[in-house]
Design a protein around this ligand. Structure first.
Ligand code: SER
Length: 344
């Protein structure tokens, strides 16, 4: 039963990040005016106007969480806040706090909200290809597409955090309070996507290890030279941001009974870094893109698969990316980025 005193809301953490921008834009287009956006940094003006309320603060701040619980009736949570893989290596304990404890706080919030509402709260969680850890380049090349249950041995703190949070989400959905006398119904309906490297034409990532792809493109569009920190032959799955947002919303919409997994791979195209350079150079022939691999960041990317098997997502909730490699660059990334930086 809903209490009707608190405002119904969709909660988005990490709202000012790349996915937050994309998701808030899309929800606003679809007419959702009940977005509560949280970020540690002030939220950019262009998305501010599209939210019902903005909270600037830390998801680890218990008072902020209490305030949320008292003021809003939250039906859906998109928990996007995280420290990405490169940043997390410089501050692993802080990454654990944000990425794991932060997720725990939100799962607890979801449980509490569900008790008020008498229905599970949907919890959408972006996981990552970083949960995979292939032991060598040879194995990576031999393996090709990985399935969700394979090679779950991440080499980064971020990958460990994401993998553990996938388990926490599954636990809270299926096994929470399993020994209690008054066994209660599931309070959380957790659904996760393991995203590949994402490329947006309107925002640039910060602190990730797949950042070489978007950085190369954004540098070229601004006429800046770029030294790519991975080798030319490096290959991981990538996706255009609009497809990533569509996937998140499609998973959110799917009937629970259609979902055979709590965590899904998704992918779209997987050019090598050298191939991305060639595509970027066709659009921006004067671009200066060199390769200057950083062995340590390179090793992280080498541990990620070169492709993913996303057949479960296609079968269960109709994953069907609109942008393959050609369309992603020709119809989305290059034209939109030209507009953004006023280059022709
Ligand atoms: N794009 C992320 C990163 O590089 C992976 O999820 O950290």
């Amino acid at each position: 039963m809903s209490d009707h005193i608190r405002t119904p809301a969709t909660l988005i953490t990490g709202a000012n990040g790349e996915m937050g921008h994309g998701l808030i834009e899309r929800l606003a287009k679809e007419g959702n005016q009940n977005v509560i956006a949280i970020d540690v940094r002030p939220v950019d003006d262009e998305i501010k106007a599209k939210c019902g309320a903005i909270l600037v603060g830390d998801i680890l701040d218990a008072r902020l969480m209490e305030r949320l619980a008292s003021e809003y009736e939250i039906h859906t949570i998109y928990h996007l806040a995280a420290l990405l893989s490169t940043r997390a290596e410089f501050m692993p304990e802080a990454a654990h706090r944000v990425n794991v404890e932060g997720t725990m706080y939100l799962l607890k919030l979801a449980i509490e909200q569900s008790r008020w509402q008498g229905a599970p709260v949907k919890f959408l969680f972006p996981s990552s290809i970083a949960v995979y850890g292939l032991p060598s380049l040879e194995v990576k090349r031999k393996t090709g597409k990985v399935k969700e249950h394979e090679w779950n041995q991440p080499v980064t703190m971020y990958g460990c955090n994401k993998l553990y949070c996938e388990h926490l989400g599954r636990y809270y959905t299926k096994h929470y309070r399993q020994l209690a006398a008054d066994a209660e119904k599931a309070g959380v309906d957790f659904r996760a996507i393991r995203f590949p490297g994402l490329i947006s034409a309107v925002t640039v990532p910060s602190g990730g290890t797949s950042d070489y792809a978007p950085e190369m493109l954004h540098a070229a569009a601004q006429g800046k030279s770029y030294a790519c920190f991975v080798r030319q032959d490096v290959r991981i799955p990538l996706m255009a941001m609009p497809d990533a947002i569509t996937a998140l919303l499609a998973l959110q919409d799917a009937p629970r009974e259609d979902l055979s997994h709590s965590v899904y791979n998704i992918g779209s195209f997987n050019p090598s870094a050298g191939e991305i350079r060639a595509i970027v150079l066709r659009a921006f022939p004067d671009a200066d893109i060199q390769f200057s691999p950083d062995d340590k960041r390179q090793a992280i990317v080498d541990s990620w698969p070169e492709d993913v098997d996303d057949s479960a997502a296609r079968a269960d909730w109709g994953l069907a990316p609109a942008y393959d490699e050609r369309r992603a660059f020709e119809e989305y990334l290059i034209p939109v980025i030209r507009k953004r930086y006023h280059t022709h």
